[in-house]
Design a protein around this ligand. Structure first.
Ligand SMILES: Cc1cc2nc3c(=O)[nH]c(=O)nc-3n(C[C@H](O)[C@H](O)[C@H](O)COP(=O)(O)O)c2cc1C
Length: 208
């Protein structure tokens, strides 16, 4: 499938079959998520892949009745970091210096700029910034899944506090931001026949 065909083929699947995503494909989906661009490259989120049936059952009461949390092949959770602080930025720049094989001192000016911008944000804005980065990863994940003919349903309809508790995220400095059920559409999925609702191209793209 070319990109546009894949994007027309995909839709938000509401009922999944029992088919399981093979390990290599699963790894590719996770890696595509990891390789997503982010503001300053800071990537202020982690990917949690929920495989355990017990864990998924425990998440169900916090999923607004959306059984795909339990019944899809895999559940991805994009979880934003709560502690975007001096240490977080220092760690990122230490990694950058190591990967580039340069002295950390060479990055000092840029690091200070990043600290000024990110640490200067009020807490709520910082959380919003982190969540925005996680949503970019969600978009990337959806496109890559479609290109691989793997189905998905992006989901904001869940109780984040409940998820955080079940998954023990808060203790790890994380909070669930957005989730995505992945797998293969069921033959009985009623959403499969739904028309794609999008603005007309000419109404969508404005040329100036
Ligand atoms: C951030 C986000 C959150 C969403 N949350 C849910 C959800 O909780 N449950 C659901 O069934 N679909 C959810 N959707 C799917 C949208 O309803 C769907 O993508 C939209 O109607 C467009 O349809 P299509 O993806 O089938 O083309 C969500 C989509 C996005 C991008």
């Amino acid at each position: 499938m070319n990109v546009i065909d894949a994007l027309k083929w995909r839709y938000a699947v509401r009922e999944f079959s029992s088919k399981v995503i093979p390990a290599q494909d699963l790894h590719e989906l996770a890696d595509a998520t990891r390789l997503t661009a982010s503001s300053y490259g800071l990537q202020p989120y982690k990917l949690i892949v929920v495989e355990s049936p017990e864990m998924r059952e425990a998440l169900l009461p916090h999923s607004m009745g959306q059984t795909k949390v339990r019944d899809s092949s895999h559940l991805f959770i994009l979880a934003s970091h709560n502690d975007i602080n001096d240490h977080f930025i220092e760690k990122y720049f230490a990694m950058t210096a190591q990967v580039k094989g340069i002295e950390q001192q060479a990055l000092a000016g840029f690091k200070q700029h990043v600290k000024d911008v990110i640490l200067g944000m009020p807490e709520a804005a910082k959380r919003q910034w982190a969540d925005q980065q996680a949503f970019i990863a969600l978009g990337n994940l959806l496109t890559v899944a479609a290109l691989k003919s793997i189905d998905a349903c992006p989901m904001g309809g869940f109780d984040a506090a409940g998820f955080d508790e079940v998954l023990g995220l808060t203790d790890n400095g994380l909070r669930s931001c957005v989730i995505c059920a992945l797998g293969y559409r069921s033959d009985h999925d009623s959403s499969a026949q739904a028309k794609k609702i999008r603005p007309d191209f000419d109404n969508f793209m404005l040329r100036v």
